[in-house]
Design a protein around this ligand. Structure first.
Ligand code: NI
Ligand code: MN
Length: 228
């Protein structure tokens, strides 16, 4: 069974895998790049990498409408739980077999305060092993770190990484990340949402494909990629 990944703009992703709808960092309201509305999307599960508003986004509203289970770090789950959302807390390095696959939280170099200033624990990325054995790394907001090499030892089918600079890796460090991660396929996100993170993704893709074995897929918000 194929896994289909849709980029909704900024860092918002939708996965269709194992018959489940999984949203990641569902930031639609107020997202200038959003290609969908929070009220329209199905969700069985919602994954939240860290506490910032452009990642927590519409999590509470979507979870309440759909009954989706939210997976994030323990502190963010506590915060969501107080708002009546069903949660499953994990933490860095910990994996759990969910109905949609085995999900492990990975290191991310970033912050995680929640929109109201509450403590949001440590930021994370996600390493998902789908039910048919595909490995998808969604880095979340992060700077470059050397232990991406360890994540690369997992033999990634797909890496979804930020390239916007200023808040996360920029294009140069994202290229170095691809060299450490050695994924078969790469999708860049977290760029062009605002002027501050505008990047030339076409030039970046050309350089990545020149210097690494990875194939880059440049999606426009709303476009999907089938994990091969
Ligand atoms: Ni952030
Ligand atoms: Mn962000």
């Amino acid at each position: 069974m194929n896994t289909q990944l849709t980029w909704y703009g900024h860092a918002a992703l939708g996965l269709k895998t194992g018959g489940f709808d999984v949203l990641v960092d569902p930031y639609f309201s107020g997202n200038p790049a959003a290609s969908a509305r929070a009220a329209d999307l199905p969700a069985d599960f919602i994954l939240v990498t860290h506490g910032h508003g452009d990642h927590v986004g519409d999590t509470v509203a979507i979870a309440k409408r759909t009954g989706a289970l939210v997976v994030s770090n323990f502190e963010i789950c506590n915060w969501l739980g107080k708002q009546g959302v069903k949660t499953h807390g994990q933490h860095l390095g910990g994996g759990h077999l969910h109905p949609f696959g085995y999900l492990k939280l990975t290191l991310a170099l970033h912050g995680s305060a929640l929109p109201d200033g509450s403590y949001g624990g440590n930021p994370a990325g996600f390493l998902l092993t789908t039910n048919d054995g595909r490995k998808i790394y969604m880095a979340g907001d992060t700077g470059l770190f050397g232990d991406m090499r360890l994540i690369g030892e997992e033999e990634l089918d797909l890496a979804v990484i930020p390239i916007g600079d200023n808040y996360t890796m920029g294009p140069a460090d994202a290229l170095r990340a691809v060299k450490l991660l050695q994924p078969k396929h790469v999708i860049p996100i977290h760029f062009n949402t605002f002027d501050l993170i505008a990047q030339d993704a076409v030039a970046w893709a050309e350089q990545v494909e020149r210097e690494t074995g990875a194939k880059v897929h440049l999606l426009r918000p709303g476009q999907s990629y089938t994990v091969a």
